[in-house]
Design a protein around this ligand. Structure first.
Ligand code: XUL
Ligand code: CO
Length: 445
């Protein structure tokens, strides 16, 4: 293991040691069955395909509250009545958990790590203190920061948006927070910086100047980008699309919308996309579709790993255990050259009734295994089945002759029309969807 177990003043997960790969015969719930981090698959160690990251907010801040009651999960690091002490205990618990799991990365919002002060300045100073401690924890454990971000959606001042708020005064508070979060990301060597739209959208067009709000969003992103570059941030800025919730209409609806936005406002060189499975399905897409759209535009940045509930219409942030999603995702990633400086962040929470501390370990292990199994299956499909050959043959008419000339822009519309008269009615060719589906199933073993 390249990650070193790091325990603070108190051990929060006693009896749980660093999680190991034990293989398929193991019945130990606290062991990997598929995720063997140094095993070479498709030319590189498994861990480099995933670059797994733990989400600070779900795993260390959330006790399972829902609209019907407070959270029952009773996390032992959230007990202190002193807010700064609580933040330090949480940091200890976070690094103990991440290092015992052996995950190489983590991600956080400013407010996950440090408590609010009475003024924006005090809040930023709290974060600076915690960032110093987090830097030491990173050093001790070898765990790195995949990305940082600012939560500019929970505080009541952001009810009508942050950078798209109709009140400029609110926008300045968002700027204060984003400045602090970018500084924190730089101080911790973060490889990316994320903007999730939060409340950047609207509930009713009756009170909204949509064009103006989107221009404010673009200007804000431009200023944030420039400030980050000025203070030495060399990583990638990421936009995380989501179609709805909290607002009815979110401006960053899906990958395609974000790509259009980034191109329109001249941000495409610095920004890529962070795609989340549950956000994809809320937009009516599959995860694989969203990843492919981003990859095709050269904007595949990073992934938030989770899954939704197919029977309802909101963001349930469940741990991914759907093997089909994992296989489809890995098929796209393997063909597109992987995530590079991105990673897979577990933007997922255990269910409200999962009350044991070990459940947090089991949830992450289960998802890591699902993805590792998806990788092995996808690699096998690409190497040993007819899948790639079938897909290539489907487009073979463009590989040579007039089809190739068309792709090269060498045939005009009237010349194409003349070819139709010469060639006559085309033969009907099956798309073979069921055959593709059966190949996927055949290799799931
Ligand atoms: C919300 C969501 C966020 C972002 C980071 O649905 O996914 O947690 O990932 O702000
Ligand atoms: Co997310």
């Amino acid at each position: 293991m390249s990650i070193k177990v790091t325990i603070g003043n108190k051990e929060y997960f006693p009896g749980i040691n660093q999680i190991k790969y034990e293989g398929l015969d193991s019945k130990n719930p606290l062991a990997f069955k598929y995720y063997d981090e140094n095993k070479i698959v498709a030319g590189k160690p498994m861990k480099d395909h995933f670059r797994f990251a733990i989400a600070y907010w779900h795993t260390f801040c959330n006790e399972g509250d829902d609209p019907f009651g407070p959270g029952p999960q009773n996390l032992p690091w959230l007990k202190s009545s002193d807010d700064m002490q609580k933040a330090k205990d949480k940091l200890d618990a976070a690094f103990e958990f991440i290092s015992k799991l052996g995950a190489p990365f983590y991600c956080f919002h400013d407010v996950d790590m440090a408590p609010d002060g009475d003024t924006v300045k005090e809040t930023a100073d709290n974060l600076k203190k915690l960032v110093e401690l987090a830097a030491k924890k990173q050093e001790e454990s070898g765990v790195k920061l995949l990305w940082g971000t600012a939560n500019v959606f929970s505080n009541g001042r952001y009810t009508n948006g942050a950078s798209t708020n109709p009140d400029f005064h609110v926008l300045t508070c968002a700027a204060h927070q984003v400045k602090g979060a970018i500084e924190a990301t730089v101080a911790l060597g973060g490889e990316n910086y994320v903007f999730w739209g939060g409340r950047e959208g609207y509930y009713t067009l009756l009170n909204t100047q949509m064009k103006r709000e989107q221009e404010h969003l673009a200007m804000f992103l431009k200023q944030a980008r420039d400030y980050g570059r000025k203070i030495g941030f060399k990583g990638t800025y990421l936009i995380e699309p989501k179609p709805m919730e909290p607002t009815k209409h979110q401006y960053d609806f899906d990958s395609a919308t974000v790509i259009g936005f980034l191109n329109k406002y001249g941000l495409a060189d610095d920004f890529k996309i962070n795609i989340e499975n549950n956000h994809a399905t809320l937009a009516g897409h599959t995860f694989a579709h969203e990843v492919q759209v981003a990859a095709d535009a050269g904007m595949l940045g990073s992934l938030d790993i989770n899954q939704g509930d197919p029977y309802n219409g909101w963001d349930t942030d469940e741990f991914l255990y759907n093997l089909y999603d994992a296989v489809h995702l890995m098929l796209v990633l393997l063909q597109e050259g992987g995530l590079n400086k991105g990673g897979m962040n577990f933007d997922a929470k255990v269910r409200r009734s999962s009350l044991d501390l070990e459940d947090i370990f089991i949830a992450h292990i289960s998802s890591m295994d699902t993805l590792a199994r998806g990788l092995i299956i996808a690699d096998n499909i690409l190497k040993n089945s007819d899948y790639l050959k079938m897909k290539k043959e489907r487009y073979a008419s463009y590989d040579s002759g007039d089809g190739k000339k068309f792709e090269e822009g060498k045939l005009k519309l009237d010349e194409l029309a003349a070819l139709a008269e010469k060639l006559g009615e085309p033969a009907r060719r099956s798309g073979k969807q069921e055959l593709y589906e059966s190949i996927i199933n055949q290799y799931i073993k």
